[in-house]
Design a protein around this ligand. Structure first.
Ligand code: MN
Length: 290
């Protein structure tokens, strides 16, 4: 087993708003070095770094919009989000939970701060990750996986050093609850100051980490809060040490080696399929949502 080295450390870009409820730094694919291909199957990552929303009687968020061809994974660190979609699915996720929505053939959905949370306001801290689907599953039926913190796999480190939460995939024999279409590992490492732990993924898996809270040493390099690290495909093993109490999102997946044609909320394999997605959307085939 060889060490997996750091390819790039990237600071957050300037934030932009998605609707009026999500103040995000885009990492994938806005950075040239983080293209949809380079990090496949991860094709988009929007990071709402910790941001304080004042109380609001009207929940902030993003109104009805479509998706087709991939999955949206919302990881909540702080705050509460409510989702509704045209297939009747939806739910509320809060601090520590994950919502894994397979848009596949298509959904209309909306994403808002939960009403009661919105009235009080507070710190809001989330990630939305888009996971591509292989061509053979792009037109599957839409589905939801509500993954509460309770249901996540938990690997506890020794001596109160913290834990690794497994959302998808496997860490040292502990499995995560998410069902995925291609091999994916998605973990939150919640490490206490000075705790150190090792990760190992196949060399060809595209791998990245985002420091959600605190600062860490990755192999021997310092990585600051809110920074993103693209790992090289040159080995398997790397280690993370918390320099203060830290939360680190770790993603690693087998690349989907297929062409990507993307436009806005649609990610398909060909331009014809994008045109078809617009046609289907405009003719009401994505269903109906108020
Ligand atoms: Mn959406």
């Amino acid at each position: 087993m060889k060490q997996k080295n750091i390819e790039l450390i990237l600071p957050p870009r300037e934030a932009h708003w998605v609707g009026d409820g999500f103040r995000v730094h885009n990492f994938i694919p806005a950075y040239k070095s983080l293209s949809m291909k380079r990090l496949s199957p991860f094709i988009l990552l929007d990071y709402n770094s910790k941001y304080n929303f004042p109380p609001s009687a009207t929940p902030r968020g993003v109104g009805v919009h479509p998706h087709r061809g991939f999955e949206t994974v919302t990881i909540a660190y702080k705050g509460k989000v409510e989702h509704h979609d045209s297939s009747g699915g939806g739910g509320i996720i809060a601090d520590g939970d994950v919502q894994w929505m397979t848009a596949a053939a298509g959904v209309l959905h909306k994403e808002f701060h939960e009403t009661e949370w919105s009235k009080k306001g507070g710190d809001f801290h989330m990630v939305q990750l888009w996971v591509n689907l292989p061509a053979k599953n792009k037109m599957n039926e839409a589905k939801y996986q509500a993954i509460t913190n309770e249901n996540m796999g938990k690997y506890y480190l020794l001596e109160n050093d913290g834990l690794v939460e497994i959302i998808a995939g496997e860490y040292l024999g502990v499995k995560g609850p998410a069902s995925t279409f291609t091999p994916i590992n998605l973990f939150n490492a919640k490490l206490n100051k000075n705790a150190k732990t090792e990760f190992s993924f196949p060399k060809d898996y595209n791998t990245a980490i985002l420091v959600i809270e605190g600062s860490i040493k990755l192999n021997s390099e310092l990585v600051a809060e809110n920074n993103f690290v693209l790992m090289a495909n040159d080995g398997e093993n790397f280690n993370i040490q918390a320099l203060e109490n830290a939360i680190v999102l770790i993603m690693s997946g087998k690349p989907i080696d297929e062409p990507i044609s993307a436009y806005g909320p649609f990610v398909m394999n060909t331009e014809e399929e994008i045109v078809k997605a617009f046609d289907d959307f405009n003719s009401g085939k994505f269903g109906h949502l108020e």
